[in-house]
Ligand binder design. Structure first.
Ligand code: GTP
Ligand code: MG
Length: 447
């Protein structure tokens, strides 16, 4: 089977509806399409949009068509038909996102035309700027209640507006699309997409629905090869997207636990997919940095005295009473979760600097409270049933990890490495981007 290198996505929607915003939040802030004044609204569906820091996804951008614009309609549908049926999986179109800006006009003829015909690629319908729609409802309610005495409290107005907007969305948008002959595979509404961050994602629903649409619930007509291909596409999509960390955590845990149980008791754990999934600068494509990171993780995760069952660990006497098999499962759970949590930190740190990553890993192993919380949660869970011989289901482990409080890493101070060699001093300026926010928060704390 050919290696699948890039996920290919077509995004359709009228100018200004928020396509570029979605793409940049999906795959990095530097989509080569950032609108310039003179380029705004100019689109060529054939043009491949690359992301400078993300080579796992390629996008095509189309302004769509108005009802009656036959030529433009055909450009879009022909593109989907031709690209959607390509034998070469890397050239094939894998997903279409059809965007419509939410406003007071209900579903248009263009949508009726598009979803009235059969197509070869799954389509998700996205209603954008739902926040503006809610805001319109707020104004309506306020105008209607102008003479109320006492005036409606703002919180009540907001709540009412949200409910009204949801209801109208259901009746005037969702159900109308669903009734068309070939409805979209899923329908999602997006609010304040421009404010999305990986830790507080506004694209979660879109990411999850896209994953679901790649493998339809009725896949009886799919060949086993095609199904396998679609599964790999789904994994590639999770890897490519940097919009939602929770989805990455869930996938990393589920996949690593599955592989881990297959080779239980063998240490160290298999880490390639776990590291690659994060789409950081430490992927296995760069074999030197990959093996360096893998070694660091082995040292500070797989062979850490924190590991459940380690004879120097604080609760060794308690854990020793457990079934041997359970101890191995719990150690696996801890190794997988530790690795996933560290990768989450590395993702946010977004650095290629070895010294920095090393300090981060050492901090996690030695001083972080999140590692302690995790261990305590696992020990407490399994101590309830020490004679058990099976470990947690991936979903239960995901629940435990999601319940942890992630603190900001304390890695600013330049640390002495154990061998005595001095690490280069940490840069005075905190990292640009997400982590700088975390650092600032932390700094405030310290004052
Ligand atoms: N209120 C609100 N504004 C948004 C949202 N998403 C995007 N915008 C804003 O809408 C404007 C247009 O967004 P773009 O992403 O450039 O739209 P586009 O579809 O790429 O437009 P063209 O490239 O001209 O086709 C920008 O100012 C965005 O910040 C949203 O969810 N809510
Ligand atoms: Mg654009």
């Amino acid at each position: 089977m050919a290696e699948i290198k890039r996920f290919r996505l077509l995004i359709i929607g009228k100018t200004g509806c928020g396509k570029t915003t979605i793409l940049s939040k999906l795959c990095g802030d530097d989509v080569a399409d950032m609108p310039t004044a003179h380029e705004r609204g100019k689109h060529d569906i054939e043009r491949e949009l690359d992301f400078r820091t993300n080579d796992k996804l390629v996008a095509h951008d189309s302004e769509g068509f108005e009802a009656g614009e036959e030529a433009q309609y055909r450009v879009v549908t022909e593109f989907i038909r031709r690209r959607g049926t390509m034998q070469d999986v890397n050239q094939r179109l894998h997903m279409v996102w059809y965007c419509v800006e939410m406003n007071t006009r209900p579903v248009q003829m263009a949508e009726e035309q598009f979803f009235g015909a059969k197509r070869d690629v799954p389509v998700i319908a996205i209603f954008t700027k739902f926040d503006n729609y809610v805001e319109d409802m707020v104004q309506q309610i306020q105008e209607e209640a102008e003479d109320d005495d006492p005036p409606k409290p703002l919180s009540e107005v907001d709540k009412l507006a949200e409910e009204k907007a949801q209801e109208s969305f259901k009746d005037n948008y969702r159900s109308r699309l669903e009734k068309l002959p070939f409805p979209p595979e899923a329908i999602v509404a997006l609010s304040r997409t421009h404010e999305s961050t990986p830790e507080d994602s506004r694209l979660s629903e879109l990411v999850r629905q896209t994953m679901a649409a790649l493998i339809p619930s009725d896949d009886s007509r799919m060949t086993p090869e095609r199904r396998q291909e679609q599964e790999r596409l789904r994994e590639l999509f999770v890897t490519a997207q940097t919009a939602d960390l929770t989805v990455k955590v869930e996938n990393a845990i589920a996949t690593s636990m599955r592989i881990g149980y297959e080779s239980l008791g063998k240490r160290p754990i298999e880490r390639q997919r776990l590291i690659d999934l994060w789409n950081t600068k430490w992927s296995s494509q760069d074999s030197k940095s990959f093996s360096w990171l893998n070694r660091q993780l082995q040292q500070h995760v797989d062979f850490s005295p924190r590991l459940i069952g380690h004879e120097n660990s604080p609760d060794f006497n308690q854990v020793e009473q457990w079934n041997e098999q359970l101890r191995q499962c719990a150690a696996l759970e801890e190794m997988v979760s530790d690795s996933v949590i560290i990768m989450r930190y590395i993702f946010l740190l977004s650095t290629k600097d070895q010294a920095q990553v090393q300090r981060l890993i050492e901090w996690y192993d030695g001083n972080s409270s999140v590692a302690k919380q995790l261990r305590e949660a696992l020990v407490s869970k399994h101590s309830q049933n020490p004679k058990n011989n099976v470990g947690l289901k991936p979903l239960d482990l995901i629940t435990i990890v999601s319940g942890l409080t992630f603190e900001a890493p304390d890695i600013k101070v330049s640390a002495e490495v154990k061998s005595g060699t001095r690490l280069p001093a940490a840069s005075a300026e905190p990292q640009k981007g997400l982590f700088s926010k975390i650092f600032k928060k932390k700094d405030k704390h310290n004052k």
